[in-house]
Every structure is written in structure tokens, then in C-alpha cells.
Design a protein around this ligand. Structure first.
Ligand code: SAH
Length: 218
């Protein structure tokens, strides 16, 4: 079974490259190294390498690999960079981030305690050193700020101020932002100086809602 998953993983990465989602060697290597089948629910393992979102319990979903690839390319990360993820879910995206920036450089905030536990177990089982914090990620995570990148995997009505304050000059925020709870556009905001941001709107997307003080109501 293990060998089959590896073959499927290579096939998926090849397709993501052909379709133009995976561009950089570091994103490619991350997708080849993280065993997605170990982050999805057992009964969905056969679908682990479909390019589709999958349910992970508690009404939440893990994004399609192509969507994650778009976000990782937008994030433009290098080794050693300090990353805050909002919305840990099953921990898959956090593992990819850790592959790119290295161990102990990723902290991820999750509002549902059971999912934080699941992510911790998945990440530890695969050997990833990522800090998972339970809380409202719309407030960021001040103890490890400033960040080179804040990357959100749930859709907020706007970019929370806390994320801007906790991003260093030269840093990026990659987040789905939208006027409705279920539909967003992917926004990449780069802090070019203390007070100036370059904001780019990318692809349309449909993430689960970001629920919190600077997000949507529960
Ligand atoms: N990156 C995840 C995708 C998880 S789906 C993965 O690879 O599996 C989005 C997650 O965001 C859900 O688990 C949801 O509970 C969480 N979430 C929603 N609002 C949040 C908030 N304010 N703070 C932290 N997590 C939040």
C-alpha cells in the first residue's frame, strides 16, 4: 500500500506541475515529501491524491492540493522564515510549510480543540515540529511575531488588523477574503514599508468561514 501512495503522490505532483500550480523546486519537494494519506481520515485514504478538498470532521475540510499549491507559491517562502498559519485543520498544510521553512519555524492556530489534537497527532507521527495553538486566529499569535508570512486557510470578511501588525516589513499575508461566508478571492498582501501594503487579488476560491473576533460570527 505504501508504495502505491508514493506512486500516486508523484503522479499528483506531476499533474500539479503540468497544470502550472506547482512552479518552484521548494513547493514541489514539499508536496513530494508530505504523505497526504496520513493526514486525511482513514476511510478517505484512497482519495488522498485526488485534486479535491476532503472532509476532515467537525464540518471542516482540507483544501484541494492545487489550491494549496497556489497559496504556497504566493507565499514565496524561503528556509528559516517565520510562518503563522491560521486554521490548522488536520495539519497537512502546516506540514508542507514546515518542509519549506524548516522545523520549529511554523506556528498554527486552530479554534476547534479536537482538530488541534488531531493535527498535533498527525504532525508528530510524521516527524514535523510545528507548534499548534488553540485559539482565535483572527487575533494572530503575538508571542512569535513578527512573521515573514501569515497564511490563512479559512475565509475572512477582511484581513484582520492583528495579522498586519504581526507581519514584518517585507513579509506577506496570503488569505482568502470575501463578502460572503463561503466565497472568497485569494488575496496576497505584501508589506513594503511600515505603513504601505501592496495588495493583489488572485483566484476565486471557496474556503470554510474564518470564525472569530475579526472574522465571521459562529
Ligand atoms: N490548513 C488545513 C485546512 C483546515 S480548514 C488543513 O491542511 O487541513 C480551516 C480551518 O480553520 C478549520 O479547521 C477551522 O476550524 C479553522 N478556523 C476557522 N476559524 C478560525 C479561527 N478564527 N482561528 C483559528 N482557526 C480557525
Amino acid at each position: 500500500m505504501g508504495a502505491d501512495f508514493e506512486k500516486e503522490r508523484h503522479r499528483l505532483v506531476k499533474r500539479l506541475e503540468e497544470w502550472g500550480y506547482v512552479k518552484s523546486p521548494s513547493v514541489r519537494a514539499a508536496f513530494l515529501n508530505v504523505p497526504r494519506e496520513r493526514f486525511v481520515p482513514d476511510d478517505l485514504r484512497a482519495s488522498a491524491y485526488d485534486d479535491a478538498p476532503l472532509p476532515i470532521g467537525h464540518g471542516q475540510t482540507i483544501s484541494a492540493p492545487s489550491m494549496i499549491a497556489i497559496m504556497l507559491e504566493e507565499a514565496d517562502l524561503g528556509p528559516g522564515e517565520n510562518v503563522l498559519e491560521i486554521g490548522t485543520g488536520c495539519g497537512y498544510h502546516a506540514a508542507l510549510l514546515a518542509e519549506i521553512v524548516g522545523p520549529d519555524r511554523v506556528v498554527s492556530v486552530e479554534r476547534i480543540p479536537a482538530l488541534a489534537d488531531l493535527a498535533r497527532a498527525n504532525l508528530a507521527a510524521c516527524g514535523y515540529r510545528v507548534e499548534v495553538v488553540v485559539g482565535d486566529g483572527t487575533l494572530g499569535y503575538p508571542p512569535r511575531a513578527p512573521y515573514d508570512c501569515v497564511i490563512a486557510t479559512a475565509g475572512a470578511p477582511r484581513i484582520p488588523n492583528a495579522w498586519k501588525e504581526q507581519t514584518r516589513v517585507g513579509g506577506r499575508i496570503v488569505a482568502p477574503v470575501g463578502k460572503s461566508r463561503m466565497n472568497q478571492v485569494l488575496v496576497t498582501a505584501r508589506r513594503v514599508s511600515e505603513s504601505k501594503w501592496e495588495v493583489r487579488e488572485g483566484t476565486a476560491c471557496a474556503f470554510v468561514p474564518m470564525i472569530g473576533a475579526e472574522g465571521w460570527k459562529a
